[in-house]
Design a protein. Structure first.
Length: 448
């Protein structure tokens, strides 16, 4: 009875913990720093990773935060190899419908904004670059979750993306020809060339230099023509929420691919040798990998929550609180945090980045595959080994299910699964001793 009460207490505690933990992102996002009415403010969002669902999530938070502090502009400090077409298009849509001017700034020195980053730069109300930065290489690329990648030449996709970048270049008064060549010829431009050919509006040494040069700039947003007043503006950095931070990790194509690989092999190992938790690890890794690759977070998060609830219910019906219960709490918490809306994805990634990506995926995949191959081989060897009956009497095993008089249940002895009978009640997880055998059924008793 005490164990059951303890379990209910633990369950209530972790349920409350999950709810409070899930609310933290809202608390972080909706607690803006105070600024004086006389002092203007600019908000700054740093994007220094592959553009993905996490970038979209962070941009939405930054836009909401910028409205709450009445920011003069939202500056996106960008350093990216590219990323998801779906996330990119949604970010551009948010820019198009924003009453707050969006400034994309390729920064720091030596940074790049390739592919999807170039699209966002061209679509922004104001485009800026730091010295020795590069933009371009915007031909779409499709990639396999397991490392393969190839350029997309389908005219339907290419023409659609051309229309997007041309339309925005024209509406922002930028070089339409250069915008086309970013896609058709993978054109690359440094900051001096981009400024010379009217692709960007400002070259700035650093963030403060950019803010100084923005003062007096006129832009057109959904609120009409605005004049920026950024002289002496307070700089408010937008920090990512917990949800965004989790998405940022698992949405990296390399991490998402590795999660899928680990999930597949862990599932195989778990099904080949049940009872060690491999199937649980595999299921969670697969679901997180699917989220990372852009599958709908709502659906996958609900599956994670359902999996967590099932694991916790199962844990409540067994003695102790161990790996299954911990996995249930982890799955439930991550699922609750990730509840949101993200759609399926395609990618715009710079070629250079893909070489690193492929090497990383292949090397880690081969290592993981080798490990699981050895593990599965050992499991199969054990399963194919003929059971030795003569000397099994006296062996100590473990009850996998509750044993009751007259009812058969599974036990594990020397790594093998047997059906067994016992004249006394024995709880699952308890140690038993083999005292006899009736055909394929072992006779056991509790180990004193």
């Amino acid at each position: 009875m005490q164990t059951k009460n303890l379990k209910h207490s633990l369950t209530h505690f972790f349920s409350l913990f999950t709810i409070l933990f899930s609310l933290l992102p809202l608390l972080i996002v909706t607690s803006p720093l105070a600024t004086s009415p006389q002092q203007p403010a600019v908000t700054v969002l740093t994007v220094d990773e592959t553009i993905s669902s996490s970038t979209l999530d962070a941009f939405k938070d930054a836009l909401s935060y910028s409205r709450s502090v009445d920011a003069q502009a939202l500056i996106i400090k960008m350093n990216t190899p590219g990323g998801s077409v779906d996330a990119m298009l949604k970010i551009i849509e948010l820019i198009d419908n924003s009453e707050i001017p969006i400034v994309t700034y390729v920064y720091p020195k030596g940074a790049r904004a390739w592919s999807a980053g170039t699209f966002i730069l061209v679509a922004s109300h104001i485009a800026a670059m730091a010295p020795d930065t590069v933009i371009g290489s915007a031909q779409p690329v499709s990639y396999s979750p397991f490392g393969g990648a190839e350029p997309v030449n389908d005219s339907k996709i290419v023409n659609a993306l051309l229309e997007v970048i041309e339309t925005h270049a024209e509406s922002r008064g930028r070089n339409v020809t250069a915008a086309r060549l970013f896609i058709l010829e993978n054109l690359n431009l440094n900051d001096r060339e981009a400024f010379k050919y009217n692709v960007i509006d400002i070259r700035a040494e650093n963030l403060q230099d950019l803010i100084n040069k923005l003062d007096g700039f006129k832009v057109n947003t959904t609120a009409g023509e605005l004049t920026l007043h950024t002289k002496g503006a307070k700089i408010l950095e937008v920090e990512p929420s917990i949800r965004t931070s989790i998405l940022r990790v698992i949405s990296d194509p390399l991490i998402a691919s590795l999660l899928l690989v680990i999930g597949v092999y862990a599932l195989i190992f778990g099904l080949a040798s049940p009872g060690h938790g491999g199937e649980i690890v595999g299921a969670i890794a697969l679901l997180l990998g699917l989220i990372g690759l852009g599958f709908d977070v709502n659906l996958t998060a609900i599956l994670l929550i359902a999996l967590g609830a099932i694991l916790l219910l199962y844990e409540l019906s067994t003695p102790g609180f161990g790996f299954i219960g911990g996995s249930g709490i982890f799955s439930l918490t991550i699922g609750a945090l990730l509840l949101g809306s993200i759609s399926p994805t395609k990618w715009l990634i710079g070629r250079e980045w893909f070489y690193v990506f492929q090497v990383g995926v292949y090397s880690v995949t081969l290592t993981i595959a080798a490990f699981f191959a050895v593990a599965i081989y050992k499991v199969v060897q054990v399963k194919r080994r003929k059971p030795v009956i003569g000397d099994i009497i006296g062996e100590v095993g473990e009850a996998l299910e509750d044993l009751k008089p007259g009812i058969e249940a599974f036990v594990r002895v020397r790594g093998e699964y047997w059906k067994a009978k016992c004249g006394e009640e024995v709880k699952a997880g308890s140690k038993v001793v083999v005292v006899g055998k009736e055909g394929p059924i072992l006779i056991v008793k509790p180990k004193k």
